[in-house]
Design a protein around this ligand. Structure first.
Ligand code: NAG
Ligand code: NAG
Ligand code: NAG
Length: 350
């Protein structure tokens, strides 16, 4: 985060205090995958879960919650920066009830992609189903506060989407059929169709503020280096990073087209590729020591069930690790990313 980021951060935090603890936006609504899942997968039958130690060991409660992290997600920090006193609860959890849902909920499910089949392969909640849950949610809010106030909440709320990584890492690269039918580029185009449909559906439901994260440098995820890199090498997999860059360019163009088509929409693509790449290539500049190996287990591949209390080699202190497990950033890295999100998302909340 540069000087400007720090400035905006201070400014925003200052504002949320000046507004007497009132958040800067009425609600925060989250869709997508394991980067932002806070426990929906706990409540469904899938193997892709993170509700056991050592997940959550550095979280506020020091308990696993279903977050794929040792502590807070980037979106948890974002909620704090926006002045919320709690995090949007997982829609399928008991916490998502009563007045609490008025300040937002989280529909994300680990292993969800833009392409519904990706989630279906793992028994996760596909994006179209997350959208159906969102419709239920909107009906509940309308019943609680009336149509007019509900519409103010929906149009003022910040909506966030994180998706696409699973489509590549947990589907395309393993799937001989997809591989034969689509080049990586064509596959990205297919994903863009789902993305456009999703954004337009949200728009039709009154959503006016939406942030979508780009793909990270998928070729630098420790598990991707192990699974797709050259044997014995710890270098990022160039081919995967190239696919991510190409996807991100399409995401930008598609978003620009949506902006031109949908009046009144604020849509921001958050670049997480470059901030994460900077942490990976010059870790010490942002206070990190280890950017190749993850903290959990051997740090080469473990995630979900493989990252557990019996994993051998788990680091004792994750604050100097960019990655918590084979696929997911540590809380420390998430904090840096959240600063960047805030800097890039200023238009979304102003
Ligand atoms: C979700 O799971 C928790 C813990 O297993 C359980 O207490 C709760 O009732 C479940 N909620 C729903 C909506 O199924
Ligand atoms: C697309 O990228 C350009 C250049 O980086 C940026 O200025 C623009 O805001 C991006 N568009 C969207 C919709 O994020
Ligand atoms: C982890 O290390 C950091 C400094 O690198 C230190 O500030 C922190 O207290 C340590 N945490 C634990 C739990 O030991």
């Amino acid at each position: 985060m540069g000087f400007m980021g720090l400035f905006i951060l201070t400014f925003v935090v200052g504002c949320s205090l000046m507004a007497n603890g009132q958040p800067l936006v009425p609600a925060m609504i989250i869709f997508g995958d394991s980067i932002v899942d806070v426990g929906n997968n706990n409540n469904i039958s899938t193997l892709i879960k993170a509700n056991f130690p050592p997940y959550g060991r550095d979280f506020v409660t020091h308990r696993p919650t279903g977050r794929f992290c040792n502590g807070k997600l980037a979106t948890d920090f974002t909620a704090e920066y926006l002045g919320f006193t709690s995090y949007p609860p997982a829609y399928l959890s008991q916490e998502a009830s009563g007045n609490r849902i008025l300040t937002g909920v989280n529909f994300a499910s680990a292993a969800c992609g833009l392409y519904d089949r990706t989630a279906q392969l793992y028994g996760a909640i596909p994006l179209t189903q997350q959208l159906n849950y969102y419709k239920d949610y909107q009906n509940k809010v309308v019943n609680m506060v009336g149509r007019e106030q509900a519409n103010t909440i929906f149009s003022g709320a910040v909506h966030l989407l994180s998706a696409g990584s699973s489509d590549f890492i947990q589907n395309y690269y393993f799937n001989p059929i997809l591989n034969r039918i689509y080049s990586p580029d064509r596959f990205s185009e297919l994903l863009m169709k789902s993305y456009s449909t999703f954004v337009q559906s949200l728009y039709e439901r009154g959503v006016r503020r939406l942030g979508v994260t780009s793909l990270p440098p998928t070729g630098c995820l420790p598990a991707a280096i192990t699974l797709f890199g050259e044997a014995g090498s710890n270098q990022c997999v160039a081919r995967l990073n190239q696919d991510a860059i190409s996807f991100n360019n399409k995401l930008n163009t598609t978003s620009q087209n949506l902006l031109n088509k949908l009046p009144g929409l604020k849509l921001v693509v958050f670049d997480i590729y470059n901030p994460l790449m900077n942490m990976i290539t010059s870790p010490s500049e942002s206070g990190f020591f280890e950017a190749r190996k993850a903290c959990c287990g051997t740090g080469t591949v473990e995630t979900s069930l493989l990252c557990n209390a019996r994993s051998i080699g788990t680091c004792s202190n994750a604050t100097e690790y960019v990655f918590w497990d084979g696929f997911h950033p540590s809380e420390a890295a998430n904090k840096v990313l959240a600063g960047d999100l805030l800097e890039q998302g200023f238009d979304l909340i102003s």
